[in-house]
Design a binder for this molecule. Structure first.
Ligand code: ADP
Ligand code: MG
Length: 290
């Protein structure tokens, strides 16, 4: 039977917005020595906004119009940013067909008979990698932007740069964890220049340009360091494999259903400092049980 202290520990956690799915998860929490954080939607607000639209072979209007059409098939925060900007500019968004979402890389579909792709620069085929294009992309990324490339019929139409803000309580959260002897690493699918800018603000390690399966390898490496259990915090479909492979998966409360179902715990109010609270509570519960 479940000790009363465990039941009351779970209830206390729920009161401050930490949902812990049972006694086994509470026990794993006590052992956590390392936190791995997803970036977009976890350490950041996850509400990026378009900062620059740079035409390459197309024009600004058409770049946004084609991108917004295929992004209607995606629920990614970048998709929302692109659609919102198109609407702000009163651009008429066409219907896209045959839309396919490629987790960790982008989305593609057919718009007005053209094969349109909106992807991360690293997903560009070699035939489209050009020096002047990568210079432009690097410059935008160095300013902290996430850049996506819009292609139509294998020709680059333009670049869309977006930026997101750090959650106001992210620094407090990593500092509290550090004070408890728990280190933090950011794992992101985003580019290394934007990732470095965010990690520097938090004073934590980071790994960038990761595909969903690379996040799993990064978790395994942290586990292999032998310091203790690893908890992963994330919000997206792309985080689900990593949430599963960590000793403890923690989902953000407004995250995707897949993340919430896979996780062992959730931050229902999305307040990151509650991570330290959860761990503290698990340690206190363990003392009472013993
Ligand atoms: P994170 O780990 O920061 O949450 P993701 O793994 O979700 O990031 O995405 C990684 C990268 O893949 C993004 O930075 C972007 O370049 C690209 N990407 C993902 N989804 C989309 C989309 N719907 N439209 C355009 N690009 C996308
Ligand atoms: Mg995310």
């Amino acid at each position: 039977s479940i000790p009363a202290a465990v039941t009351s520990g779970l209830a206390a956690a729920a009161r401050f917005g930490a949902l812990i799915k049972g006694g086994a998860a509470l026990e794993q929490l006590q052992q956590v020595k390392h936190l791995a954080f997803d970036k977009t939607g976890t350490l950041t607000e996850g509400k990026p906004e378009v900062t620059v639209v740079q035409p390459v072979n197309g024009n600004e209007h058409n770049t946004l119009r084609l991108a917004a059409a295929v992004e209607q098939g995606s629920s990614h925060p970048l998709a929302t940013a692109i659609i919102n900007r198109a609407k702000q500019l009163d651009i008429k968004i066409s219907e896209a067909t045959d839309v396919v979402v490629i987790a960790g890389s982008g989305v593609k579909g057919v718009v007005d008979g053209q094969a349109v792709q909106v992807t991360s620069p690293k997903a560009l085929p070699d035939s489209l990698q050009q020096v002047d294009l990568s210079k432009r992309i690097n410059a935008l990324e160095s300013q902290g932007n996430t850049v996506v490339v819009v292609q139509a019929d294998q020709q680059v139409q333009g670049l869309i740069a977006m930026a997101d803000t750090l959650r106001s309580d992210a620094l407090e959260a990593v500092q509290q964890l550090k004070a408890m002897g728990i280190s933090s690493t950011m794992l992101t699918g985003d580019n290394r220049r934007a990732a470095a800018a965010i990690a520097a603000k938090l004073g934590i390690d980071y790994r960038a340009e990761l595909m969903p399966e690379d996040k799993v390898s990064a978790i395994r490496e942290l586990q292999a360091s032998g310091k203790g259990a690893v908890a992963m915090v994330g919000d997206g479909i792309n985080d689900a494999p990593a949430l599963k492979s960590a000793e403890l998966g923690i989902a953000m409360g407004r995250g995707s259903d897949v993340a919430l179902e896979t996780a062992d715990a959730a931050l229902t109010h999305e307040r990151l400092p509650e991570l330290a609270g959860m761990i503290w509570l698990s340690q206190r519960t363990a003392m009472i049980v013993r």
